[in-house]
Design a binder for this molecule. Sequence first.
Ligand SMILES: NC(=O)c1ccc[n+]([C@@H]2O[C@H](COP(=O)([O-])OP(=O)(O)OC[C@H]3O[C@@H](n4cnc5c(N)ncnc54)[C@H](OP(=O)(O)O)[C@@H]3O)[C@@H](O)[C@H]2O)c1
Length: 349
Amino acid sequence: MSSKELNVAIVGTGIFASQAHLPNIEKVEGLKPYSAFNRTKSKAEKFAELAKIDKSKVADSLEEIFQDENVDIVDALLPVQTNVEIVKMAIKHNKPLMFEKPIAANLKQAKEIVELSNSTKLPISILEQWSYFSVIDTLKNDILPKIGDVIAFTHNATGAFNEANKYASTAWRMNPEHIGGYLSDGGVHQLALLTGVLGEVDTISAQTKQVRKESGTVDTLFSTLKLQNGIIGNFTYTSALGATDKSTSLTIYGTNGSVVYDWSPSLPKPTITYQTGSSSQTASDKTVIEVNEVNAIQEEFKNFELAVSKNDKNLVGVKPATAFHHLAIIGAALDSAANNGDSIKVERV
Ligand SMILES: NC(=O)c1ccc[n+]([C@@H]2O[C@H](COP(=O)([O-])OP(=O)(O)OC[C@H]3O[C@@H](n4cnc5c(N)ncnc54)[C@H](OP(=O)(O)O)[C@@H]3O)[C@@H](O)[C@H]2O)c1
């Protein structure tokens, strides 16, 4: 617990700011919504009312937000192609910055952000809440040791196109500047979980398709990966299919058993199911564990509050280099698909 309440400036007061950041910032001890800016000012004013931010703290420009000496943290929720500029402003004004995933619209910008963050002592965090799911440590520390050496995995995230998706009508998603559109928008979440549990990706061979014109670009990815530690596997990601149950699961196969983590929305709670044994003859009964997941958005804010109050960038949970890796996997998948599924090495920083 810190002694001083940190003033948070919210920049980009769209859907996710109102519906996810605000209610969670309000619940995190040590953080307080303090000021707001939005390109369309009326939306920032509405947000300020909701957040009980003083009217005088609705800024006319980003500069005004960054110049306010009472702002302790800037929280940016903008179309991701603007992230580089925000990072530059944060460094110029020496303001700790947290901003939404994916790290950037493309790998060139993402690399620049990693380099900028390496050049400063400022805490800079990518808000990739999936990295804070408790199941990552549970699988890594408690379950994987029971199933022997990990051989392979299948990570499946498939779902039907949702015509009522509230995010779909945002202009920046309909005309995506970010690589792979929804594949990077939502795909980085899946990859944060996958790489958090199993490790970083070395190469990928992928095929993509554009199923929906509304996606603005390709929206369906099927791929085969090799991790740096030699584990092999499949990764699928799409929410553009015809009617089908939304299915999200990660199955991991080992020399002494296997585990399925299933967080499909049809389940009352996510479950971990594992069995041990080196063959079908020696297979144990299945053990099923219900997962009581944390509020990962609150966890990422708690993490940043700690990093800023201690003024220690090493405490940041998702540093730019980590988020770079998530986007670089999508980048390599897109390159592979453009080259008939050739195996492509994931760019590193
Ligand atoms: N972590 C998650 O699970 C999650 C979920 C959803 C979204 N997000 C992230 O949150 C961020 C915002 O997403 P959202 O769904 O809230 O989108 P949104 O409702 O469209 O909000 C984006 C905001 O940015 C402003 N904006 C648009 N283009 C701009 C530009 N060129 N320069 C400056 N401001 C601009 C918009 O202002 P106007 O009002 O003037 O258009 C709008 O208020 C994105 O980075 C997204 O990836 C994360």
